[in-house]
Design a protein around this ligand. Structure first.
Ligand code: UD1
Ligand code: CA
Length: 459
């Protein structure tokens, strides 16, 4: 294969997005549009990748800067031909230049490989047929089917407007010809822009053949110009991703009702009910069952665990054979060993819970270390926050905590002890035995709230 340089055009404003954020930074499946394009570009292992940016100032380079990327500013933006011309000094002389669009994010590696896998010198354009070609450049062919030109929608005759084969914008061009061709492009057209698409006619004039490659699915070439198109592209991405999960053997109750915004890795025999959202990196072990309406963000779930409906989980590690939910909230820094049960309306934060322990109803467990075989009764709260600072609660192995218990941290509940219902535990308890409060109430006039302790280095 010839050496390839990739140029990603991304200088346009994206006016129809009605957003101050540069268009290519809008998220698709949890990552910016241009990140999807950069991923597929990198997979080609080109000799260089050059991003043409402009509208929105330095926001775009700042968002995606990386050592393997060159950035070229195009200001003002005078059209796609002008945009590619700005990248010329970055391209060297040999091989191919592949032009990608920052707002066409679903393009696939195999399609791009088909475009650059050629021995002879040629121009390759990626085209597709669509039912409503309005707005796109049309591929005009002669009677023998050879490409003659690309005509923009605004410049097309009524007959040309009826052509359903459109230019996706993606092209592979012989780099050594670019300088000459780009210098010949004029802006005498309806939009007063320097159209990169005029390069087709210039190539033909120089007897360089123009080949077309068809996108294997029309959605590959979908561009994002509006929020409506962004939503459409999101659905296409999600559908494609869901098909991949099904192919791997994941059971999806409805492939149209699962959203992956990042990476979801599944073991064997995983089952996912409707309306689940997976964000960041999520790993589900063998046999994991996820009920309807769950949100999992950066989480690892061990084999055989069931997550019941309406569970929200983030930055957590869940062991094997656990039961979580329904209506559980698992917050960052949670780590559960195997066979742990976390039930309805239980919130767990920054806590480690050892094997076979259970908190089945209406509890808050924060900044706690919970041993194995612990039972935490309904309505138990770790009072980890004194209004200024957070403190730890330690519950040792085999502890049984009754309902409606407050554990005022810092506090340790000793191994094997039992805490009676309604108890407020504010002193460490010894091992074994029963802990209950004497039924009295006292008032302390003039009591002062604690103040925050300064951490060195903080202001
Ligand atoms: C372009 C093609 C059209 C094709 C369509 C596919 C041209 C002249 N037309 O039209 O044939 O059917 O894409 O979506 O190429 N850009 C810059 N600098 C500029 C202008 C554009 O970087 O000065 C970038 C934009 O950010 C965008 C891409 O180029 O990523 C396409 O620009 P856009 O204005 O959307 O082109 P279209 O009119 O849609
Ligand atoms: Ca466009």
């Amino acid at each position: 294969m010839k050496p390839v340089s990739v140029v990603i055009l991304a200088a346009g404003q994206g006016k129809r997005m009605r957003s101050p954020l540069p268009k290519v930074l809008h998220p698709l499946a949890g990552r910016s549009l241009i990140t999807h394009v950069l991923d597929v570009a990198r997979a080609l292992e080109p000799q260089r990748i050059c991003v043409v940016y402009g509208h929105g100032g330095e926001t775009l380079p700042e968002a995606v800067r990386a050592p393997d990327l060159a950035f070229v500013r195009q200001a003002p933006q005078l059209g796609t031909g002008h945009a590619l011309a700005q990248a010329l000094p970055q391209l060297g002389g040999a091989g191919l230049t592949l032009v990608l669009y920052g707002d066409v994010p679903l393009i696939e590696l195999n399609t791009l490989k088909a475009m650059i896998n050629t021995k002879r010198e040629q121009v390759a354009i990626l085209t597709t047929e669509i039912d409503d070609p309005t707005g796109y450049g049309r591929v005009v062919r002669d009677r023998r089917g050879a490409v003659r030109a690309i005509i923009e929608d605004k410049d097309a005759t009524p007959a040309q407007r009826r052509i359903r084969e459109i230019n996706t914008g993606i092209m592979a061009l012989p780099t050594r010809r670019l300088k000459g061709w780009l210098s010949l492009i004029r802006n005498r057209n309806a939009q007063r822009e320097y159209y990169l698409t005029d390069i087709v006619a210039l190539a033909l004039k120089d007897k360089v053949p123009v080949a077309t490659v068809s996108a294997h699915a029309a959605w590959e070439a979908l561009g994002v110009n509006s929020k409506a198109q962004l939503a459409q592209v999101e659905r296409a991405w999600q559908w494609r991703n869901a098909q991949g999960l099904l192919d791997q053997g994941v059971t999806l109750a409805d492939p149209a009702r699962v959203d992956v915004r990042g990476e979801l890795a599944c073991g064997a025999e995983v089952s996912i009910d409707v309306n689940c959202v997976f964000e960041g990196r999520v790993r589900l072990g063998d046999g994991v069952v996820v009920g309807a309406n769950c949100v999992l963000r950066n989480a690892e779930v061990g084999a055989g665990t069931r997550i019941e409906p309406f569970t929200l989980m983030e930055e957590a590690r869940i062991g094997e054979r656990c039961r979580i939910g329904p209506y559980a909230r698992i917050r960052p820094g949670t780590s559960l060993a195997e066979d742990v049960h976390i039930g309805n309306f239980v919130e767990v934060k920054a806590s480690a819970i050892a094997a076979r322990s259970k908190a089945n109803h209406l509890s808050y467990i924060g900044d706690a270390v919970v041993g194995r075989d612990v039972n935490i009764g309904a309505g138990t709260i770790t009072c980890n926050y004194d209004g200024a600072n957070k403190h730890r609660t330690v519950i040792e192995d085999d502890v049984h905590i009754g309902s409606d218990v407050q554990l005022v941290a810092p506090v340790t509940v000793g191994r094997g002890s039992t805490v009676g219902a309604g108890t407020t535990v504010w002193k460490d308890t010894s091992e074994g035995g029963l802990v209950i409060n004497a039924k009295s109430q006292e008032q302390r006039p003039g009591w002062k709230r604690p103040v925050k302790t300064k951490v060195s280095g903080s202001p």
